[in-house]
Unconditional design. Structure first.
Length: 401
């Protein structure tokens, strides 16, 4: 059951990834509902400068920086101006933010596999977890869901697509007797109409110019390859308990429709909304009520029409790779995510080409025997092994280029 928000019950929030795009959107929502929420803890990696205005405005009790040098700089910058804020350092400190006794709700906004440990900690502590970190589910899968069932933690998706499915389906339960299929939409990224012959020349700056969403660099590249949508397919399969065959993807350039749910009677419910992450975050924060939100209203007249296109396999090979990993099992999903993080980082560092990303991930995926992690330690061990393999394969590719 989702804890309701009432005038006498302020939700106490820990915001993990406070300096990122999810963090910025969450703060916008909290500003509009100061009577309903208290920001108790914030966490980030190394961008301590971004924490200064958050601390000044919201006065959290704890600020954790994964990078020790960043924490030191933050303490110096704060001086005696914010004596009530405890600045902690290290990855363990970030995880501790997720399990604080006086935190009810954890916004899991740390991107990538790096967010798994803190997400797991929040779930183990039985918190209400707003999940933006899809990689935690991709890597840990049913281990994480089983832990939530054991502790009573509530998982609420705040990816726009999964939140849309949640709203259309009326929750996470999407049994086949009621729901036939789920469709996630993808904008197609910045290269939807770019000639394939020019893909070798794509630069990191071009790949990071997402046409409809304002996001971090890594997720922007994933959106350009459509790997992000592949990760979302895996996340949807796990969250909503459906096979990959029941989850479809279509290109929808304006990102107005975020998801569609098809019922067994042939009816289809679609979730529409502005391309603003405040919307799914506010929905999850406010459940079971609705929070008012100051975002541009959707105008059907100005929109004119909605367009949908099939995914071109040769333009977006990453999507098929994600379906393959989903069919192969949890270990394959984990390996694919690990190799992709290595490949994207190499591309952003201009060490490999855009067109090298998916082949490098595919090479890593095919190299590993199918393995189902049984514990969280298994997850971390396989992730490390996959990263070592992908990094070595990347260096070989650089030498031979």
């Amino acid at each position: 059951m989702v804890t309701p928000i009432t005038p006498t019950s302020r939700q106490r929030i820990a915001l993990l990834g406070a300096a990122g795009s999810i963090g910025a959107s969450t703060l916008k929502v909290l500003r509009q509902h100061r009577d309903a929420f208290e920001l108790v803890a914030i966490a980030g990696h190394s961008n301590w400068q971004a924490m200064l205005p958050i601390i000044a405005e919201f006065a959290p009790k704890v600020c954790a920086m994964a990078d020790a040098a960043a924490a030191h700089s933050l303490r110096q910058a704060l001086g005696n101006s914010a004596p009530a804020v405890a600045v902690e350092s290290g990855t363990d400190a970030v995880t501790t933010c997720a399990v604080l006794h006086d935190v009810d709700t954890v916004v899991a906004g740390i991107s990538g596999f790096a967010g798994l440990a803190s997400t797991w900690a929040a779930v183990s502590a039985g918190k209400r977890v707003l999940l933006a970190n899809k990689e935690a589910l991709v890597a840990a899968g049913n281990l994480l869901l089983n832990e939530a069932a054991r502790t009573g933690a509530v998982l609420l998706p705040i990816d726009s697509e999964h939140n849309g499915v949640y709203q259309c389906a009326g929750g996470l339960v999407c049994e086949p007797s009621r729901i036939r299929a789920i469709t996630l939409t993808a904008s197609g990224g910045p290269f939807r109409t770019r000639p394939l012959s020019s893909f070798d020349a794509i630069t990191p700056a071009e790949a990071c110019k997402h046409p409809t969403w304002s996001m971090g660099r890594k997720i922007s590249v994933d959106s350009a390859t459509l790997m992000n949508k592949g990760l979302e397919v895996i996340e949807a399969a796990l969250l909503f308990g459906r096979s990959g065959a029941d989850i479809h993807v279509v290109i929808h350039p304006t990102s107005t429709v975020h998801a569609l749910v098809e019922f067994v009677d042939g009816s289809v419910l679609a979730h529409l909304g502005p391309a603003d992450m405040q919307v799914p975050i506010a929905h999850a924060l406010g459940l079971p009520s609705r929070l008012t939100l100051d975002v541009p209203r959707l105008s059907l007249q100005q929109m004119g029409r909605l367009e949908f296109f099939e995914v071109e396999a040769d333009r977006y090979p990453a999507l098929a790779l994600a379906y393959e990993a989903l069919g192969a099992g949890q270990g394959a999903c984990l390996v694919m995510n690990a190799a992709n993080e290595v490949a994207v980082a190499a591309f952003l560092a201009e060490q490999i080409r855009f067109t090298d990303i998916v082949p490098l991930v595919d090479h890593s995926l095919q190299a590993f025997a199918r393995f189902e992690p049984r514990t969280l330690d298994d997850v971390f061990a396989l992730d490390a092994e996959a990263r070592r393999f992908a990094s070595a394969a990347m260096r070989e590719r650089m030498v031979s280029a």
